[in-house]
Design a protein around this ligand. Structure first.
Ligand code: UT7
Length: 338
């Protein structure tokens, strides 16, 4: 009998725009303060893309870094998945531009599950490998949210940032991506949305006057509460199925929407503070990019070692959420390419 086929992580990378935007940038533009933003969210600064940067350019930079850490050539990539809710254009997919930038020749597509996009992408990529449909899959989370932020809306514009993170998956005999849980409640789609710019409501002069082409969050507190409960439930379900206790986890890498959400999640799961990765201070909420960016930075900082158990868990617009349980297999930082 042939050995079981699983997927494992073999490379990681991330990319942030050059421009740093501190909280003080918003003071004077809108009624807010550095103190309010820091205390309510944990954010001190974020990066905003410049005119020459875009979702595809950041995605390609992150993917290149991930390929470098795994010494993977473009010809070795069988599938590219780009998770984003701020695509390069309406048509064609962001993945088309990323594929060209990376000089890949593999099938490539976008996946939109908002802030849960990377968790969804990792699950889909791992399933493709398990099914034998692909050997090496690049999963990228990339966003340029600054282009859909209403800079006069203090309830949203201070929260988000731009960036990209990428993971390379390859086959293995032992489970690396052990299991995933994906979920969505479309009845709450209006809670967090960009109303205009799609087929239901094309952009018009009137729509622009009413700022309907920008991101809106109807009830931040409700999103906050639901995020904590849904992420804790998803994490618990994945852990129970695998017969693993929260104490066995080296790290929980949650979607970086708000440091207070992550602290509350850790408490609900009974985790020690050191198990919860909080890396929002200089990055902000980068939606689908937040988990791979935080994961890459934690790994390069030496917080994740081979064989560690790592849980990623996300929640965002849709409302969508999900989790991946991972046995860490990326090479330790310091090895060539990393
Ligand atoms: O990534 C997708 C998922 N998104 C999330 O998970 C976001 C979830 N929500 C949150 O993180 C939090 O709800 C926020 C950070 C958005 C807001 O924090 P909060 O502690 O829930 O504040 P709040 O909405 O209860 O507002 C408290 C006060 C209000 O003033 P009043 O009514 O008490 O006078 C707001 O108007 O803070 C006011 N406020 C601000 N003040 C200064 C709201 N935004 C700001 C601001 N600066 N930027």
């Amino acid at each position: 009998m042939s050995a079981e086929r699983y997927a494992k992580l073999s490379g990681l990378g991330s990319a942030l725009p050059e421009r740093v935007v501190p909280n003080s940038w918003f003071e004077g533009r809108i009624e807010t303060s550095d103190e309010w933003i820091r205390e309510r969210t944990g954010i001190r600064s974020r990066r905003f893309a410049g005119p020459s940067e875009s979702t595809a350019s950041l995605a390609a930079d992150a993917a290149r870094a991930a390929m470098r850490t795994a010494a993977a050539q473009p010809s070795a990539i069988d599938l590219l998945i780009v998770a984003t809710c701020t695509p390069e254009r309406f048509i064609p997919s962001t993945a088309s531009f990323v594929q060209a930038r990376l000089e890949l020749s593999c099938p490539s597509f976008d996946l939109n599950a908002a802030c849960a996009g990377f968790v969804y992408g990792l699950s889909v990529g791992a399933a493709q490998i398990r099914a034998g449909a692909a050997d090496r899959v690049l999963v990228v989370g990339a966003e340029v949210l600054s282009r859909v932020l209403d800079m006069s809306d203090r309830t949203t514009c201070v929260l988000f940032g731009d960036g990209a993170g990428a993971a390379l998956l390859e086959p293995s005999e032992e489970p690396g991506i052990i299991d995933s849980l994906l979920a969505l409640d479309g009845r709450q789609a209006e809670l967090l949305t960009v109303p205009a710019g799609g087929s239901a409501e094309p952009v018009t002069h009137e729509g622009i006057e009413h700022r309907r082409n920008y991101l809106r969050m109807l009830d931040g507190q409700s999103v906050f509460r639901q995020a904590v409960v849904a992420m804790a439930d998803a994490a618990t379900a994945v852990l129970q199925k695998a017969g693993i206790g929260p104490a066995d986890l080296r790290a929980v890498i949650g979607h970086q929407a708000n440091a207070r959400i992550l602290t509350a999640l850790g408490k609900r799961l009974g985790l020690e503070p050191g198990q919860v990765v909080i890396d929002i201070a200089e990055v902000g909420n980068t939606s689908a990019a937040s988990i791979p960016i935080a994961m890459d930075r934690a790994w390069r900082a030496g917080r994740l070692s081979p064989n560690d158990l790592v849980l990623t868990v996300a929640f965002g617009a849709g409302l969508s959420w999900g989790a991946n349980l991972i046995r860490w297999t990326a090479p330790p930082p310091g090895t060539p390419g990393v």
